[in-house]
Design a protein around this ligand. Sequence first.
Ligand code: MN
Length: 412
Amino acid sequence: MSKEISFIHAADLHLDSPFMGLAAAPGHIFEAIRESTFTALKRLVQAAIEKNVDFMIIAGDLFDQERQSLKAQIRLRQAFETLKRHDIQVYLSYGNHDYLNGGSHAVTYPENVHVFPGENISSFTHYRDGEPVAAVYGFSYENRAVTGNKTNDYVIGDEEIPFHIATLHGSLHTNTEHDMYAPFQLSDLTAKDFDYWALGHIHQRQMLKNDPPIVYPGNIQGRSRKESGEKGCYHVVLSKQGGAPHLEFVPLAPIQFVSVTADVSGCKEAYQLEEIIQQELEKAAQRSSRLVNLTLTSDNPTLKQWEQERALEDVIDLVNESNAKEQDWQYIFRSQVELYSAVTEGEASKGEHFIGELSRHFDEVSIRPFLEDLYKQKQARKHLRRLTDEEEARIKTEARQLLLNELLSSEG
Ligand SMILES: [Mn+2]
């Protein structure tokens, strides 16, 4: 009987993600961005070969869109063929982004690839030297959404097989940030006797439990500033000799989304911004290319002015130019400025004086009535959405900071 198995657990490849909104980047950078999901796929295959695994699990969302690009399908087939040459099997399910009845799956995959055929839970037996060593369970999305809890249908089959691994593309029931697909409670999973739960759908890597491991590996390449930091897969070794499961995170993403904040209060002139931004970028630099979401903070309202006069844009262009290297480039793709005042908002609203009054007013009054005329205007209405609470709060915060800064600087 086999005492150990080794496999790669990946999910959410989102191949050929379009990276909308980044087309303004210089040619070679945009090229690298468009290619990034494929580069990550290549590294995924390399990792499986280097670790000499028994098999690979891909827990849904291989493609980014239900209409899959031919490029994505062909690259994936090539990846699978490489794995086949190394005798590595692949067990995969389709998720809410690449459900079976959506796009075409015209490209046929080599016979080392085993696709869960439908929404009923089924299993594949994995053999090593003719011996069954693991059973892998799962289902594929037939349509865009699976809204029911599927966990009751996971039942361990042949108990003679040493390892039982469940794959599930769905969300923990308490998760409100994501679409509720195939929701489950942690207790649903721990009540079963599976040796490993290979989850997919949530792009943020997380271990819901260590033993048995219940794991989201996250996606293999971030697609926006909301998917920041290192991205990759897990190499897993399970043992029947009493050892704890061994999990190693393997980074795969060639490009990382990061957020960088620079305090530029000390800048008297706009040109001085360049050096400070550059310093902050270098502080956080790593050996990977990075897409930077930059926040500039200052107690000096002139920063807002530099932003309006586009001086800030010029500075960012300069910084971007000097960091647009061939390797390990950094590119600021988004920026915002935040003013803070010498007097905190808390202090200001407590005061009895005019500033206190003004500050309290901000807490009590909505800006929406002031916008009504705008929304009533026929032309404007076509193009405007209603503000969300979050947007209103942000506009108010900015306005409050601006006013406080103006008032306090003229007071002194
Ligand atoms: Mn996904």
